[in-house]
Write a protein that binds this ligand. Structure first.
Ligand code: ADP
Ligand code: SF4
Length: 702
């Protein structure tokens, strides 16, 4: 199909200093959990974005020297000659697909702990970031930088930029954002220096200017120099010389970089979940930059709609449409717009599972795109899949995220697929969950798969069909996939943090009951030891209809795991805004309709609250009865011609939607595949040259 002329503007080339991007689609730097230890995975992952049409594809954060070491978070390095080869794999791959390659050169300053390099961290004035996020918290405080440290920082940036150029990068970054070192100079809390680098905004900006200058020197007029800067805090601060400190900073540096990459200051606001914020929330903070500089400006906003993108350009907010999450959920987003296939875009749902992968220290995962990170090690591709290896037919029981992804991927391979769904509508857990507060955008998981499956003649879906084992045997497909989901349990929670003690009386409910439409009477206690979104979301849902609601958790925070997905700060605000009382470090130990007994997790001190309904959001178990029954009927399976029965998704192991989608894809990819292609390839760092000399032997201390 031809491109809609309305979107032509998105495909105009953009000049960035000495280089030119082929279009306005800019895959911004984002953490992807692939360090120099996984150079082939990293290169293929970024190549896929370039293949999908992004005009620029950037690296994640790359440390310029060992004084910036973010372990255990997964960061890349460009510390020496050997690291050049590792990154060159990516630049070659990206260039092969016609895109420019950018590198986010990075120094963490006082926000890193240097746990591996064991060098004392440094910050402008010895001020530290007292983070309470468990993966960032530490007990090493930075030292204040002296004049020598500043000279060393500039030298390190210059050397790293030279290496980046030799590695083949086209755009070299100075990164003054998100609490990292150059940003620390900009912000008065971090920077209390009395020399020419502290005090006035002009002084605080000096180091950023110098970093840009040395990067330009290293670029030698062949690479562009980009400034990535966080403007949220600065924008909130008054300035005598301009509309805000952010305006003053941009005025002072206006024409120094070849490209402005503008963003927010902290991960929860920069990469905010759709549960609490819409697309394009950066605009009120960054919209002024283009009015000051003549250089191109790139910014993000979870943009997936081409009309919104065009609006950003026409209204003079951005020149280049930045994408991190949209480029993960759909690496082929630009191509689809180019080919007039906007309806095929697999839109990001804003769940932030991708960001949680970085917090977990592992390669990026995505709820919508199960192939991300698997391009090299499993050979999966977001738009292509191997042709069927046989004429087998597959019966999938259950049309939740696992069943639907499995049906789509098997259908695309060319298998005959029949899907039976007990309910009148497909979607599984999404049928209920997308009606809960803030989760409507998650419906894209269902809608995208529904739309794609409709294009396939060989996939049939039978709604309102609850199959029994006998019916499955009668239908006689070659393979049977059980994707029947999971059930929440009415279990309490032991001091050892293990679900125990069934509480199955009147007034005790689980999310399954609320999904089934059961009326809940207040006062309600939502007891959450699942720790992801369901407890918090249900508390909000019930507070709107059945107040008062109390939220109880044995964890230290509400929805404790959501610190990983950037939701937690907002969860606490939501509880307060809805007058939901919060009891942390607390277990429910007894319940009778009318009263619940709570115990402190550590002291066992008890208190009682009035409570008519207790909603337990805790353990979930696979709904795998069908699977077990079929497993007991081996002879019947044989005579029905059924060669395999397999569980996928929650029916195998209850998890988040991301796990279910992945599980469905994996089944489809592995159908009729040989053992070798099923085993994933293990990546390894490129061989390093041996050290010039081993350390001299020393005498024993004893
Ligand atoms: P997952 O996340 O693993 O996809 P879900 O719980 O979202 O799991 O979806 C499971 C789906 O399976 C639900 O829509 C449910 O109605 C359906 N289902 C469960 N048992 C049967 C059955 N015996 N026959 C057909 N569909 C079933
Ligand atoms: Fe978007 Fe969620 Fe995928 Fe991240 S994991 S790219 S937020 S759909």
């Amino acid at each position: 199909m031809a491109r809609n002329p309305r979107y032509d503007i998105l495909f105009e080339p953009v000049r960035i200093g000495p280089v030119t991007a082929r279009n306005r689609f800019y895959a911004v730097p984002h953490a992807a959990g692939m360090t120099n230890a996984m150079p082939h995975m990293r290169a293929k992952f970024r190549e896929t974005k370039a293949e999908g049409g992004w005009g620029v594809v950037c690296s994640g954060y790359v440390s310029i020297d060992p004084s910036s070491d973010d372990a255990p978070l997964p960061f890349a390095t460009l510390w020496d000659e050997d690291d050049i080869r590792s990154h060159a794999l990516m630049t070659e791959a990206v260039h092969r697909q016609g895109a420019l390659a950018g590198i986010e050169l990075w120094h963490g300053g006082g926000s890193v702990m240097n746990r591996t390099s064991r060098m004392p961290p440094m910050s402008p004035s010895g001020t530290s970031w007292m983070a309470t996020h468990v993966n960032f918290m530490g007990n090493q405080r930075p030292r204040a930088m002296d004049a020598r440290d500043i000279r060393q920082l500039l030298a390190s940036q210059k050397e790293a930029a030279r290496r980046a150029r030799r590695a083949g990068f086209d755009i070299l970054y100075v990164y003054a954002g998100m609490g990292y070192l150059p940003y620390e100079f900009l912000l008065s809390e971090w920077n209390q220096r009395t020399d020419e680098y502290g005090g006035s905004v002009a002084n605080r900006v000096r180091i950023v200017r110098q970093l840009l200058e040395v990067t330009h020197e290293a670029a030698g007029g062949t690479c562009a120099v980009a400034l990535r800067i966080s403007l949220e805090e600065l924008r909130a601060r008054p300035s005598v010389a301009a509309a805000s400190e952010a305006h003053e900073v941009v005025q002072l540096l206006a024409e120094v970089p070849d490209l402005w990459d503008v963003k927010m200051d902290s991960s929860p606001t920069d990469c905010s979940p759709s549960r609490f914020s819409a697309e394009g929330t950066h605009e009120p903070v960054i919209e002024f930059v283009k009015k000051i500089t003549s250089k191109p400006v790139v910014g993000v906003g979870r943009f997936t709609s081409p009309d919104t993108m065009v609006g950003q350009i026409r209204r003079g907010v951005l020149d280049l449409i930045g994408g991190a999450r949209p480029s993960i959920a759909d690496p082929f987003l630009p191509r689809k717009i180019d080919e007039g296939r906007e309806q095929d875009i697999r839109e990001c749902i804003g769940c932030n599972i991708c960001i949680s992968s970085w917090h977990d220290g592992v390669p990026v995962r995505c709820t919508q795109n199960p192939t991300i990170g698997e391009e090299w090690r499993r050979g999966w591709h977001p738009e292509r899949i191997a042709r069927a290896g046989s004429d087998a037919s597959v019966l999938i029981v259950g049309a939740g995220p696992a069943g639907l992804e499995c049906a789509l991927s098997l259908g695309r391979r060319g298998y005959q697929v029949n899907v039976a769904e007990a309910a009148d509508e497909i979607g599984g857990r999404l049928r209920f969950e997308t009606r809960l507060p803030g989760l409507a955008a998650w419906g894209r998981v269902l809608e995208w798969r529904r739309g794609q499956i409709q294009k396939l003649d060989n996939v049939s879906i039978y709604r309102g069909n609850r199959l029994s084992a006998a019916e499955i045997l009668e239908l006689g497909n070659t393979h049977v996939v059980i994707a029947t989901g999971s059930r929440w349990a009415r279990l309490l929670y032991s001091p050892l943090e293990i679900p125990v003690g069934m509480l199955d009386g009147p007034g005790v409910y689980t999310p399954d009951d609320i999904a089934a439409g059961t009326t809940i009477e207040g006062p309600v206690v939502v007891y959450d030891y699942d720790n992801y979104y369901m407890g918090g979301v249900l508390a909000e849902h019930l507070a709107k209809s059945t107040a008062p609601v109390t939220y109880v958790t044995p964890a230290g925070h509400a929805s404790a795991w959501t610190i990983m997905s950037n939701e937690q700060p907002q969860v606490h605000r939501m509880l307060a805004a809805n007058d939901i009382a919060l009891h942390t470090l607390t277990r429910v130990t007894a319940f009778t309709p009318g009263e619940v007994t709570l115990s402190n997790q550590f002291t066992n001190a008890e208190r009682r609250l009035p409570c008519r309904s207790l909603v337990i959001v805790g353990a979930r178990f696979a709904a795998d009865g069908l699977y077990s029954e079929l497993g007991r009927r081996e002879a019947d399976l044989k005579s029905a011609g059924i060669r395999s029965v397999t569980r996928i998704g929650d029916a195998l192991a209850p998890g988040a939607i991301v796990h279910a989608v992945y599980s469905g894809r994996r089944y489809a990819e592995e159908m009729d595949a040989d053992a070798e292609s099923i085993a994933y390839r293990r990546d390894a760092p490129l061989n390093r040259r041996p050290a010039a000399s081993e350390p001299a032997e020393t005498a024993d201390l004893a």
